[in-house]
Design a protein around this ligand. Sequence first.
Ligand SMILES: [Zn+2]
Length: 339
Amino acid sequence: MTRRFTTIAVLVLLGSILAYAGGRSEPADRLLEYPIDVVATTGMIGDIVPQVAGEYARVHVLMGEEVDPHLYRPTRADIARMQRADIVFYNGLYLEGRMGDTLAQLSRTRPVFPVAELAVAGLAADGIDEQSVLLDDEEYDGTFDPHLWMDVSLWMRVVDVVRDALAELDPPNAETYRENATVYREELAELDRYVREIVATIPEERRVLVTAHDAFGYFGAAYEVEVLGVQGISTESEAGLEDINALVRFLVDRGVNAVFAETTVPDRALSAVIEGAAARDHRVVVGGNLFSDAMGPAGSWEGTYMGMIDHNATTIVRALGGSAPERGFTGRLSGGDGR
Ligand SMILES: [Zn+2]
């Protein structure tokens, strides 16, 4: 048995334990009041809830704009908020690296769902070889890259997990949740097509995406872009001089002229890369500011999951010499490069 399979087995087991704890720990006669009180760790997960549950649920997102989930520690208020919730959704796959104990404790009294982790377990259940879909976190043995939202078709499976969890919690409205999820899935499928189409317009030799940390692995795998991050998959470890030098060599050798900043990661290492390239007479610019681990401002298109992906894909394509409409997928992008 490879370590990868062991990990999957553990994840599946963990998922079922959490789902079990979730489904059974509440007294059976506890009345659910509307709107259902949902807490989600990231904005991307939180954004699924109104799409699926509409008026029947209200979601509170713990990590807002520009918050790095790899480093986030829950506050007392967060913990109190989760303890009052009817249901809690988090990504899992160690994205919320510093919330593990809190979430484990919480799962004894509340339904707590690691939605990306369960979506991954669902791949195997559907007879899909998860090894062909999932990316390893090369820095930590036996763990997966948690940034599933970067591949819209994978994120659609997370929508299914949220749909099923809400349907189980609130059976009288299960049919509505299924219908809403189907509509949202269709919109996501269109977005997935848009990203695929515009990325294909980038000249092949320029299809290289260099970002501050390794959040875009699934984006690269799904839409056929070579991806390199200055930092690893988690932002826990900072990029060393060696990483920076290797990246500078790569940019010079390949003639890559654009790198991308992220709203949740400091630009220090990226600036070092740009300066390093300049010292070798190779001009590199920041091609834009991408939303990697958090969405844009609340209330804006970029502050939705679809808008975040639209912004990222459109910004990347335009900076790398492909063609994409300035205002993106449905003309709702605010324009500019997100900075
Ligand atoms: Zn990340």
